[in-house]
Design a protein around this ligand. Structure first.
Ligand code: PLP
Length: 388
């Protein structure tokens, strides 16, 4: 009989040979955009803590206070005894901040996506996903057993074609996409997608894990004619997903939408029912972060400005979000460039298949409100020089 460890060791060797093995490396983040790795201080362009809130004194104080008041763990599922009072406070704050009726918190953004998709969709339905939609939406679609189609990235003609030919064969239809694409930093044409969904009686699920703006707003193609906000709110077949784990400096995920949607998810989403509630401190951190963003909305605009400074200096397409990809090509070349940048004091992770399509390995830069312009200038010069 083959030995499990031998089989796995062989698979690991194969991944090594293709420069596709992933190994967690120890490091700890500091206030600002710094990380300590192998005893060295690096400026990190690989954290999704876009606003530096994970080290904000008020946020840390909220974590300590919640732990002292409610203890360290939730103790059970939200539906058993895990529903400490901070849950309701954060759900209300998220709904107010995002301009929806209600919110439902999950254990992570990943769990929110698979929970919402499997709760809403069944075997007679159809899910149509953007080709670049995040793995958690693909996993949710597969778990739901729903017919699954994909449209070319941001290609409205292709989406419409699928809707025209396939929609009539299925009871319900859900279009899934991201508001800011996590590996490319570009934005989905949400207004157009929602308009198509309305025409073809489909629902839309938007994963806004990298969205920094307060309202789950839709970028208008024609800024002179913004569509009425009300048609884009979560009350009518639009499901907004977000994470507490990135810009909010904590851990967890959420769905924003109508009250009925939130109530329905709480009683049907398996990834909420069959897992323990989040620790009180984790919820308190997200709540403190939302309060800071409501008080200081200008903070959320900084990462895009920093990203645009970088793209201008490096001669790249202007950034559309805090995420900027520098496409390199082969996995090995991307890894090599990442190592060269590390030698210069910058942490810039290489992103390889299967996270991105083969031949599009890249450096993924995430800009933070905490980055100093002089670091961005030095990085832009290095990237321009090292690029193959
Ligand atoms: C990070 C990410 C998630 C997962 O969120 P977690 O809270 O880290 O589980 C989901 N979707 C997208 C697009 C992401 O980038």
């Amino acid at each position: 009989m083959p030995v499990l460890d031998d089989i796995l060791a062989g698979r690991l060797q194969q991944l090594d040979a293709q420069a596709l093995r992933r190994v967690p490396r120890e490091g700890w983040r500091q206030a600002g955009a710094e990380i300590i790795r192998d005893g060295r201080r690096l400026v990190s362009f690989s954290c999704n803590d876009y606003l530096g809130l994970s080290h904000h004194p008020e946020v840390i104080a909220a974590a300590v206070e919640a732990t002292q008041t409610y203890g360290t763990g939730a103790g059970a599922s939200r539906l058993v005894t895990g529903e400490h009072p901070l849950y309701a406070a954060l759900e209300q704050a998220l709904a107010d901040w995002k301009g929806t009726e209600a919110a439902c918190i999950f254990g992570s953004g990943y769990l929110a996506n698979i929970g919402a998709i499997t709760a809403l969709m069944g075997k007679d339905d159809m899910i149509i996903a953007d080709r670049l939609a995040h793995a958690c939406m693909i996993d949710g679609a597969q778990l739901s057993g729903t017919i699954f189609k994909r449209f070319a990235h941001n290609d409205m003609a292709h989406l419409e074609k699928i809707l025209l030919s396939e929609r009539k064969h299925h009871t319900h239809c859900l279009i899934v996409t991201e508001s800011v694409f996590s590996m490319d930093g570009d934005r989905a044409p949400l207004e157009d997608i929602i308009a198509l969904a309305r025409t073809h009686e489909a629902w839309v699920l938007v994963d806004g894990a990298h969205e920094l703006s307060a309202r789950h707003s839709c970028e208008s193609r024609n800024p002179a004619q913004p569509s009425p906000d009300s048609s884009l709110r979560g009350n009518d077949g639009v499901i907004w997903i977000g994470t507490l784990s990135k810009a909010l400096g904590s851990y967890g995920g959420y769905v924003c939408g109508s009250r009925v949607l939130a109530d329905y998810l709480k009683t049907t989403a398996r990834s909420l029912i069959y897992t323990t509630g989040l620790p009180p401190a984790v919820i308190a951190v997200a709540l403190a972060s939302v309060k800071i963003l409501v008080k200081e909305p200008e903070r959320a605009a900084l990462p895009l400005k920093k990203a645009q400074l970088f793209t201008a200096l490096a001669g790249l397409q202007p950034a559309q979000s805090a995420i900027v990809p520098v496409i390199i090509g082969e996995a090995e070349a991307a890894l090599c460039m990442s190592q060269q940048l590390e030698a210069e004091g910058f942490l810039v992770s290489a992103i390889r298949p299967p996270t991105v399509p083969p031949g599009t390995s890249r450096l993924r830069l995430a800009f933070s409100a905490m980055h100093r312009d002089e670091d961005i200038e030095r990085l832009a010069a290095l990237v321009s020089r090292l690029q193959p």
